[in-house]
Design a protein. Sequence first.
Length: 474
Amino acid sequence: MNLFKRAWWRLTATLGKTLLLTGLFFVVCALVLSGFLIRSAADRAAADAKDQVGAVATLSFDINALMESGRAENGGASGARIDPDDRLRSGKADALGKSPVVTRFSYKVESAGLATEDLKLYRAVPPPPAADTESGDFFKVEGVRDLAAMPSFRNGTSKLVAGKGIGPDTGDGVLVLEKRLADANKLEVGDEVTMRSFPGDGSKGKKRQFTVAGIYTSDTASSSQYTPALADPGNLVYASPNAAGALSAVTPTDEGSDIQEATFTLRNPGDLPKLKKQAAALGLDPDIYPLAVNDKQYKQLVGPISKTAGFATLTVWLVSLAGVAVLSLIVASSLRERRRELGILLALGERRPRLLGQHLVEIAACAIVAIGLAVPASQALAGTAGSSLLAGEVSDAENDKADEEKNSYADSMGGAAQDEEPAAEPIEDLDVRLTGADLAKVGAAGLGIAALATLIPGYRVLRLKPRQILTKGD
């Protein structure tokens, strides 16, 4: 007799057990498919976040590596003597920033300036009579390629209130002053001012003329006690890179001003090897000018969703293993009840593979029906469960972020330490949708569970001879 007919008669004759198996498979398949849907949604969200954020690669200057290479001399108390050609210059950063894998880049020229008659230092509190003010009586000047890209301007703690900021196309010789400094010197946008360069050797330095291009305000308050002028946020002056380089103790060259590091936002974290090759082509030794990716923003975005996806994957495995175990017990119990049937069929000449195939068809039929019912249920379950799990992970991530902010150290200007990239908000929504690949996965998982649940106990019974099956007690 055809094994499919026997399987059909068995399923319809024992309708209660058939419904029990179908219900059990429904639960297993719904949970497994929900896990697959959550995992697929998480992968899509991670891919979108990668395209949206990219990664930040930092090009820095490692002076220790330069000294180990023998290209720098120890100058004793004055520090290392570095050849001007070995310094990291803004021109190299500009050339590397033109790479097709870079979406945007920035760098700072750290410099300082001395006060003059028409640009005096801002002092919130006058110095005590006996205080030595010479060591800190100068402006902190930061030469920036794009003022709007600076962390304080991105997060809103600093705002431009008059004039224009500094951009990639801004000409040389412009300054953006803090409002407290501008008010103290009665300066407005468009005024001409002078500032002396800061040689760092005690000399006065050369006078340089600049134009006030803009005025900004900073939320960082001045100290209520006397502090050196350098530490007062009112004395932080932004300048174009070449303007800051003109004030620096390190003389600019044809390759630009001296910089300590430059940051490049990549289209994809995987583009770092390409950027390294292009840096090497520009003559940047990877040991002395290392490039490293800071994917902190990407991790902030996908951290909670990755944990949710990991939990979903673990759920799939646990449910699958539990399903195999439970169904194996049910099938084993069913085979014990059908020992007489199996023994008679074997005695009549039925082959063992066909008997095992009959049981496999019975289980697979229940699995197929259960998979069909699980498709609409799993989408609702995945949406609800995924959102709940993700909400919990996002809450944990925000708590961790708050703890990190509490433990952060203050920077030299008296404010909170700031990252090069603004903090990214974690992904809070999952786009759960059923695809053919997910349906194929749950189908394979369901039929695989059915096969294992049938073959494991079925082999133990059918390896016996018909006489053993019929005479052996339950």
